[in-house]
Design a protein around this ligand. Structure first.
Ligand code: AHM
Ligand code: MG
Length: 335
């Protein structure tokens, strides 16, 4: 037996996506092209991040405030632009909606044929940007519904079941891409020397329970009592451990692999919490459910929430089935 690992090296993301697409019929080529472009965006962002500390003008703030009221970083802008650039002249995506743009960005030359919308958070965990820590990008693909004649994107205001693909790119010690097109969850690691994402694990399943709870406990006194009760339970019960990295792509990746629960509850000042439904919570919910986990708002499934506006926020409890159910049981007790 030769031990080149050639078989593994050749299991690239693009080959894998093609193999997954049997049930998509005429759309298969489109989806494979979409995933390839998302991968290219991930490579461009990863390349810039890996040299950020060596180059002038990459790190720090732009001085602007985005639609969320958050200070914008140069990497947020760059990464937002990367996704737009890779989808220009693709003929695939007529519009992109992101955390950094108040309204969707239209690519008019794609619109006659581009049947998809890309929803994305270009840099998840922005506070980690300037200190060389884990970051992510989150994405989801939806079919264009209707004509959106007035450009208000009303047709995007639908539940998470309308997503046809979702995933994230994790910028850690290595760059990983994790995706689902409704047929399991699969992870890939970027081999920088090949410029290819190579299969790491196919059909990932999240454990039904895990030791990790991941939440910003600095908000403890701003939560509803039910969340305080849950945290008190975790503190006095053996077998729990806290992990919170400031970028939920990293925290949720850990939970996908090891089990546990990530929470971002509502606070007094922000009853809906911080995280946005369409390009943060819903894509991650799609992915985690595909891996056998759950995602809840505390009163229902994330996947069932129909937003009223593009940048709508929602509380998020996501991870292993049993751990999500345990948090919910504390909410029910207080109700
Ligand atoms: P961002 O996309 O603007 O970076 O916000 C999302 C991030 C999550 O990745 C992370 O879990 C959370 O915000 C951290 O917020 P906080 O500092 O309030 O705990
Ligand atoms: Mg984000």
């Amino acid at each position: 037996d030769r031990e080149y690992a050639l078989e593994r090296d050749c299991t690239t993301l693009s080959r894998h996506v093609l193999e997954q697409l049997h049930s998509f019929g005429a759309e298969a080529q489109d989806l494979s092209a979409l995933m390839n472009r998302i991968a290219l965006a991930g490579k461009l962002i990863a390349r810039r991040l890996s040299r950020a500390g060596l180059m002038a003008g990459v790190l720090g703030f732009t001085g602007e405030t985005n639609v969320q009221g958050e200070s914008v970083k140069k990497m947020d802008v760059y990464s937002n632009d990367v996704f737009i650039s890779v989808f220009k002249q693709s003929g695939l995506v007529c519009r992109l909606a992101s955390e950094e743009m108040e309204k969707p960005y239209y690519i008019p030359e794609n619109c006659p044929i581009g049947r998809y919308t890309l929803l994305y958070d270009p840099i998840d965990g922005s506070s980690n940007t300037d200190i060389n820590l884990t970051l992510g990008s989150i994405f989801a693909i939806r079919r264009q519904q209707g004509d959106d004649v007035d450009g208000s994107a009303q047709d995007l205001l639908q539940d998470g079941h309308q997503q046809i693909a979702a995933g994230y790119i994790l910028y850690g010690p290595s760059t990983m891409l994790v995706y689902s097109i409704g047929n399991g969850v699969h992870s890939f690691t970027l081999d920088p020397s090949l410029g290819e994402f190579i299969l790491t694990e196919e059909n990932i399943t999240i454990p039904n329970h895990g030791a990790i709870y991941s939440v910003n406990e600095g908000n403890f006194w701003q939560w509803e009592e039910s969340f305080r009760e849950y945290i008190r339970y975790v503190h006095r019960t053996e077998g729990y451990t806290a992990r919170y990295g400031g970028a939920m792509v990293g925290d949720i990746h850990r939970i996908l692999v090891q089990g546990g629960v990530f929470l971002y509850p509502g606070t007094e000042q922000k009853p809906e919490g911080k995280l946005r439904l369409l390009y943060e919570s819903a894509p991650l919910a799609f992915l985690i459910e595909q891996a056998g986990g759950r995602a809840s708002t505390g009163s229902g499934e994330i996947m069932d929430v129909v937003p009223e506006k593009l940048h709508q926020r929602t509380p998020l409890i996501i991870g292993s089935k049993e751990d999500v159910a345990l948090v919910e049981s504390f909410i029910e007790q207080q109700a």
